[in-house]
Design a protein around this ligand. Sequence first.
Ligand code: PEP
Ligand code: MN
Length: 337
Amino acid sequence: MIVVMKKTATDKEIDAVIKRITDMGLQPHVSQGEERTIIGIVGHTQPIDRNVFEMMNGVEKTVPILSPFKLSSRDFKPEDTIIRLNGVKIGGEKIVIIAGPCSVESREQLLETAHAVKEAGASILRGGAFKPRTSPYSFRGLGLKGLELLAEARDETGLYVITEALSAEKVSLVASYADIIQIGARNMQNYALLEAVGATNKPVMLKRGMMATMQELLMSAEYILSKGNNQVMLCERGIRTFETYTRNTFDINAIPALKMMTHLPIIADPSHGTGKWELVTPVARAAIAAGADGIIVEVHPRPEEALSDGAQSLKPEKFAALVREVKAIAEAIGRSA
Ligand code: PEP
Ligand code: MN
């Protein structure tokens, strides 16, 4: 349920509602809108008596949230969430371009890629230091060394850095290097990990599990939001279907559908969504046209030498062309890049 405060509600009246909620053993989540404050109530398993709140001073009305996801729903917060990293806004009018290698492999590889993606127009650098691999015998990342290299690339280029945390125990280490923590598809329902990133103050990009419905994705986002971290963006990265020509089936429906269901920014990953570099640019174009708030794209200077995901990595020149194209599409739909 949400409690919608009157435009004229005072801080004292808002505090009284918050206190009433906590006295009932429930958790209040305050959202300060442009015009009014709304307070979400979560944690109840039984219906709450709406009169208790509707009789309080400063309260305009209460609204039940019928969907199982609460804090991520548009009912709770009608306006888009914008995640702000000094200078870069995710979820605003401008689309955000995130790019870099699948894995951090070496200093040379990372710095060369970072400079190239920055030149092409990216504002955030991706690169895995801890890699979730299907086979334990595959390259699993440089670990701490990879995080240090990402920090060096940030210092050299001014790009922000996103990288994956694979387990709850590693969250504080990753958070100390990254500007955005990535939760991978394989970990979308690792609830201990979700709660651990929910307890940080770092933005989180939550990737859709390869066999997860949109509702399950939103329920996972709820784990992070309910811990108090409201800087969450979602990522559509393709789901597993009976089609085997592509690595995954990029679910274009998910972009406008999630935009309707939730206020959280939606990022598209056409690299994992297709698995083939030839398909990355057309799917990136489609995702922006469908309303994605940004894209995350794998780029490698020599994809044939990549230690992971070379087949879906773009060379820097191809990536630069992609950025030019998605920019034009963004502008055509009233956004910018
Ligand atoms: C990645 O971003 O390199 C990655 C492993 O993605 P996903 O979790 O979507 O498979
Ligand atoms: Mn990858």
